[in-house]
Design a protein around this ligand. Structure first.
Ligand SMILES: Nc1ncnc2c1ncn2[C@@H]1O[C@H](COP(=O)(O)OP(=O)(O)O)[C@@H](O)[C@H]1O
Ligand SMILES: [Mg+2]
Length: 257
């Protein structure tokens, strides 16, 4: 299984929207896909229509109590897409983990038992122990970056964290790409930001850009990924392009899956 952490310590940049729709795009082409909700807010779980009463076991149980992954995941309405849901308990995990053995390696240990081709981890908006668990478990990091004035601020902190994780816990971790989100072509500032980001980060930035699109923000209230809710809207098409580009950037042996 290849594991991709979707992380950025800023909130509201499109992590969850990206994780849900990329996971759906991979499932749609037949990859056995796992989405891990690692945000106590549980937006990825809600966005896939998994109600709180259906979250019998969760990412908290896997991380803190070491419950096997097969006992924690639920099937979604999307064929080939399983979810490790999040509950509010997870907000306590950040503190409970501090005292625990192998506190950054617990997600990796849990995911080692999974039987999927690909796994996306939707991270919370912080660089705490939950995100460190995601980065330690991940082969690749995907960073959604909102096209706004402060986009690049905070990125340096994230890159420092990546280096620390590489040195201490996970030498294999690499950044697979930066995805520009909420792009608004009518707004000249977004254009400017996207040019700046490409100048600074070059090929690390995906060609595919996710536009600001109301269908993307409506879909979660229907408990569906946008790609299923309206597969033809500009946002869904952008995520399918992004998924295609992502496949091209995955390590060679995995592409055969
Ligand atoms: N491209 C987009 N166009 C319009 N709304 C978006 C887009 N991407 C995300 N949103 C909305 O913006 C809010 C924040 O996005 P979300 O994916 O939850 O970010 P994060 O997980 O980084 O906090 C959500 O309400 C989401 O529906
Ligand atoms: Mg989120």
């Amino acid at each position: 299984m290849i594991t991709i952490a979707v992380a950025n310590q800023k909130g509201g940049v499109g992590k969850t929207t990206s994780a849900v729709n990329l996971a759906t795009a991979f499932a749609a082409i037949g990859w056995r896909t796992l989405l891990v909700d690692l945000d106590p807010q549980g937006n990825a779980s809600t966005g896939l229509g998994i109600e709180r009463e259906d979250r019998v076991k969760s990412s908290y149980d896997l991380l803190v109590d070491g419950i096997p992954i097969d006992d924690c995941i639920v099937r979604t309405q999307i064929p080939d897409l399983d979810l490790l849901p999040a509950t509010v308990d997870l907000s306590g995990a950040e503190i409970e983990l501090v005292e625990m053995h192998d506190r950054t390696g617990r997600l990796r240990a849990g995911l080692a038992e999974a039987h999927h081709d690909i796994c996306f981890v939707d991270c919370p908006p912080s660089l705490g122990l939950l995100t460190l668990n995601a980065l330690t478990a991940a082969d690749r990091l995907l960073v959604p970056l909102q096209c706004e004035f402060y986009a690049l601020e905070g990125l340096s902190q994230l890159l420092i964290t990546v280096e620390q994780v590489q040195q201490r816990f996970n030498p294999e971790l690499a950044i697979v790409g930066i995805a520009l989100t909420m792009y608004d072509r009518r707004n000249r500032l977004t254009d400017q930001v996207s040019d700046d980001v490409r100048n600074v980060l070059g090929k690390l930035v995906f060609e595919a850009v996710v536009p600001r699109n109301v269908r993307l923000s409506e879909a979660p209230s229907h408990g569906l990924p946008a790609i299923v809710y309206d597969h033809n809207c500009t946002g869904s098409r952008a995520y399918m392009d992004l998924a295609r580009e992502l496949i091209g950037r995955l390590p060679e042996k995995r592409k055969a899956a």
